[in-house]
Design a protein around this ligand. Structure first.
Ligand code: PAF
Length: 283
């Protein structure tokens, strides 16, 4: 597996692969890789000739009070996991390689889709994501890009700018990868103490309750949201950032679930903010 630190060498590799007629799959990550990331690698491996993973904790998507410095960094372990999945190359730049002195260009998805859910609490987050993902797609000459459903709003935002900017990349959403107990896998789970890890199960359990109610015929959005909120509130160390439901993938408000819809939550377990979601009404 090749490890690239610079844009130039990554571009040279991607150009060579393209000249050989190979398709390139990009899996953007911030490292601290877990089984959820591996499902992205496997999807890319199955669909593309060449798989490039990026491991880059992107400073522009963290707000000033967020966990950029503390974000887990485990590059050596990450490389072992990527190699075991047959990834062809890893792009692992320094922040100064991605944002050199004088850098001043950002991709701003300036629509309603970035101002709700995680965008309401994290005002610059999606500008940072859109900027870095655009750069990664360009650097790796990706034909296909792979993102997890856990960050469903991120997938919506990526699809939006890929379409708006006519980028020649197909975006793939890979289903949420959960532990056996239901906890959605996340790099931030490493922050959880054993007690918090147990409390964090309330996220998937509350969504499951809403799913059961939906499948039994409950279509009223406020009722479904209340089922989730009431359930989360039974956990003493959990506090709700948001419980919301929008049509999917356009993220429009709804009163009744009469088409595909995203039921999404952000919950703090003590100080650790976790997200989870389910898609209702999927065909
Ligand atoms: O989902 C993530 O880990 C990040 O937002 C991404 C897509 C790698 C961009 O930094």
């Amino acid at each position: 597996m090749k490890i690239f630190r610079t844009v130039k060498e990554t571009q040279a590799f991607a150009e060579k692969m393209k000249r050989e007629g190979k398709t390139i799959g990009l899996c953007p990550t911030m490292g601290a890789l877990h089984e959820g990331h591996m499902t992205l690698m496997r999807a890319a491996r199955a669909a593309c000739d060449i798989v490039i993973a990026s491991v880059f904790v992107n400073p522009t998507q963290f707000g000033p009070t967020e966990d950029y410095d503390a974000y887990p960094r485990r590059f050596e372990e990450d490389c072992k996991k990527l190699e075991a999945e047959g990834v062809d190359a890893v792009f692992h730049p320094e922040p100064s390689e991605m944002y050199p002195d004088g850098y001043c260009t950002y991709v701003n998805v300036d629509g309603d889709i970035t101002h709700k859910l995680c965008g309401a609490q994290r005002p610059i987050h999606f500008r940072g994501v859109a900027t870095v993902v655009t750069k990664l797609m360009n650097i790796t000459r990706a034909d296909e890009a792979f993102f997890g459903q856990k960050d469903a709003q991120q997938v919506v935002v990526v699809c939006r700018f890929v379409s708006d900017l006519n980028l020649p990349v197909h975006v793939n959403m890979v289903p949420i990868c959960r532990e056996e107990n239901g906890l959605a896998r996340s790099s931030r789970n490493v922050y959880l103490s054993p007690e918090e890890r147990k409390a964090a199960l309330i996220l998937s359990q509350s969504l499951k309750k809403a799913k059961v109610a939906y499948e039994a015929g409950e279509k009223d959005v406020e009722t479904l949201k209340k089922i989730v909120s009431d359930s989360i509130q039974t956990e003493p160390i959990a506090s709700i950032d948001y419980v919301d439901l929008f049509s999917f993938p356009d993220l429009k408000p709804m009163t009744m679930v009469n088409k595909e819809a995203l039921l999404a939550i952000a919950v703090k377990i003590n100080k650790i903010r976790l997200i989870d979601n389910i898609i209702l009404g999927a065909k």
